[in-house]
Design a protein around this ligand. Structure first.
Ligand code: DAH
Length: 351
């Protein structure tokens, strides 16, 4: 009997070595059916234990149990190893694309703003900023808006409720408001600094407008101001043409069209030929061939006075442009809201 056990042991050991080589589900199952089931080799020997003489039983039993334990353990080990490998095989899909770490980039509005700032600082302009929350004086009065100017109307301006201060006045006449343009920074700059002043003033502005493809209630502008002795309209044109050539390209065509702003006299708007259709007329330029890019003019004497500057001694020019508008025109996007949706599919096109 001991001999038979030892024979079975070597069979089992050979089977195990074979299994080590080919750990297939099938081979493992075959091993189990051969040795570990009721009709298997080990049970067969166990059944025959009763024929073994009594005095030999302990030794034979011990040997047989040792072989049983070994076989069972080896079976479990091999089975586990097999499931572990198949489990990993199942979870690793080698056809999946690798994971890339994407780099962030400047938002298109910030890109436009930075570019404008760098062109003007290159021409000797300083950069200054003013508060988003303004008062009627800086936003309107000092900029020569008459008291009944429609821009003061609730339709355009977000007036702030100022508690006790607004008492006896309607909200429309509250003195505190969200600035509707960056022009009030001109006034602050003049009150803060004696001429010569050469500054650009980027910032966020607010208007009480319904949000649509063409308008937002919150957007960005860059203001420019140059005040010194003998500043002329020719310098205004020269500066803005130099800017436009750097920003839009040196082969650009432009025109200055008379316009009206309360804070400049004379006032103009600058147009450039539509770069999408090259002046032929398209959807973006509304079939005119021209794109309006900014407002400008010679600073009104009343505005100089409000800024503490003597209009008899000094003159100046100013200009203002909308950053969103310029960004849209440049990229040919026709819905301003796309710039604020934070959809990476849109933003990625500006990287
Ligand atoms: N403040 C004007 C606006 O909100 C833009 C503007 C026009 C600014 C003419 C200026 C200027 O400084 O001279 O639309």
């Amino acid at each position: 009997m001991l001999q038979e056990i030892s024979l079975l042991r070597s069979t089992i050991e050979t089977d195990i070595r074979a299994l080590e080589q080919s750990k297939t589900k099938d081979a493992i199952e075959q091993f189990r059916l051969k040795h570990l089931v009721r009709k298997g080799t080990l049970q067969d020997l166990t059944d025959r234990l009763r024929d073994v003489p009594k005095e030999e039983k302990p030794a034979v039993g011990k040997e047989l149990n040792a072989l049983k334990t070994l076989t069972q353990n080896e079976f479990e080990r091999l089975n586990e190893e097999f499931s572990a490998t198949t489990a990993t095989q199942a979870t690793i899909d080698l056809t999946l694309p690798g994971r890339t770490l994407e780099a962030g980039a400047k938002h298109p509005i910030r890109q436009t703003l930075d570019e404008i700032v760098s062109i003007f600082t290159g021409m000797g302009f300083a950069v200054s900023e003013g508060p988003d929350i303004e008062d009627d004086f800086h936003n309107f009065e000092a900029l020569n808006f008459p008291p009944d100017h429609p821009a003061r109307d609730m339709q355009d301006t977000f007036f702030m409720e100022t508690g006790g201060k607004t008492e006896g006045k309607s909200a429309a006449h509250s003195d505190v408001l969200l600035r509707t343009h960056t022009s009030p920074v001109q006034v602050r700059q003049m009150l803060h600094q004696k001429p010569p002043i050469r500054s650009i003033m980027p910032g966020r502005v607010y208007r009480n407008e319904a949000i649509s493809a063409r308008a937002l209630a919150e957007f960005h502008q860059v203001e420019g101001l140059y005040v010194d002795k003998n500043v002329s309209l020719a310098e205004l044109k020269g500066t803005l043409v130099a800017f436009a050539h750097q920003f839009y390209g040196s082969d650009l065509k432009y025109r200055f069209r008379p316009s009206f702003f309360p804070f400049t006299e004379p006032s103009a708007e600058m147009d450039i030929t539509c770069f999408l259709c090259d002046g032929k007329g398209c959807r973006i330029c509304k079939y005119s061939g021209w794109l309006e890019i900014l407002g400008c003019g010679m600073v009104h004497p009343n505005v100089l006075k409000a800024g503490g500057v003597d209009p008899e001694q000094y003159s100046g020019f100013a200009f203002g442009m909308g950053i969103e508008r310029i960004t849209l025109l440049r990229s040919g996007i026709d819905d301003i809201r796309l710039l604020y949706d934070n959809d990476v599919r849109v933003l990625k096109q500006f990287v």
